[in-house]
Design a protein around this ligand. Structure first.
Ligand code: FPP
Length: 248
């Protein structure tokens, strides 16, 4: 792995989250089946994961399959699951070599048994890797994630284990799939749409948003570096004034 020298390390976001949109349109524009867009998208995943690790991003979260994506035509869902499985199988060695831990956000239990088994295997094998955490959001929806957390808290209140007056933001955060990980600093969406599509709704309250027209299959190293350069030029105030930030 090569070290990047041109980026200011202080301006590298700790956690980058990406909505990888535009695979279908990329393929359709080329008169190819949608699945070939997803295939090309896997090469972008490889490039972005490698670059993220190289430049010192500590958490990278990729929105690979949403709770709503189950409604797509069965052939597309099947094709995506197969791509995911082959990606995981082929990437284990690289993840270990590059000290990358794989983690999953979402309702893993809804995934096909063969995908789930490879996913669990890669998560176990990489559990001790500390260079970067790669979160794959699979069968993930922000509202669903929050509902699961709320249900857990409500159940504990009913059981008398928790007093509802004592409920806090931290307690909810600790029950989300991202528990223990920092909120994203930068959220990138490719493909030209300007929305969150049920992605990390709780966690992105102060996240910097970056939208690009580039379709996901064309989003590679240079495009990630460009997004990070834009992030580095932003002033994050977290509700404070600019003057307050200069004093601290
Ligand atoms: C959105 O594009 C993309 C997806 C729903 C799937 C993303 C999956 C991959 C990039 C490949 C598999 C993932 C991994 C981690 C190996 P779209 O189909 O909605 O595009 P469109 O808006 O142009 O139709």
């Amino acid at each position: 792995m090569q070290e990047s020298t041109s980026l200011d390390i202080r301006l590298i976001p700790t956690h980058v989250a990406i909505i990888m949109d535009g695979n279908g349109r990329w393929a359709e524009k080329r008169h190819k089946p949608r699945l070939s867009g997803h295939k090309a998208g896997v090469d972008s995943v490889r490039s972005v994961v490698e670059t993220a690790r190289e430049i010192g991003i500590r958490h990278l979260t990729l929105y690979a399959f949403s709770t709503e994506n189950w409604q797509r035509p069965p052939t597309e869902v099947k094709g995506l699951m197969k791509l995911l499985r082959t990606y995981l199988e082929s990437e284990l060695r690289t993840m270990l070599k590059n000290d990358i831990r794989l983690f999953c956000l979402g309702q893993q239990e809804r995934l096909p048994a063969d995908v789930l088994s490879v996913l669990n295997m890669v998560m176990e094998e990489t559990a001790q890797c500390g260079g970067m955490t790669l979160n794959l959001a699979l069968s993930y929806g922000g509202r669903n994630e929050m509902m699961r957390a709320v249900r857990d808290l409500a159940g504990r209140c009913v059981a008398g284990e928790l007093d509802y007056h004592a409920l806090s933001e931290e307690m909810l955060s600790n029950r989300l799939d991202t528990a223990g990980q920092p909120d994203p600093d930068l959220l990138i969406r490719t493909g030209g749409e300007h929305r969150l599509s049920n992605f990390l709704l709780w966690q992105s309250s102060y996240t910097e948003l970056y939208f690009t027209e580039t379709q996901w299959p064309e989003f590679r190293k240079d495009q990630l570096l460009e997004a990070i350069a834009v992030y580095g030029s932003r002033q994050r105030r977290f509700g404070k004034t600019g003057a307050q930030l200069h004093v601290e």
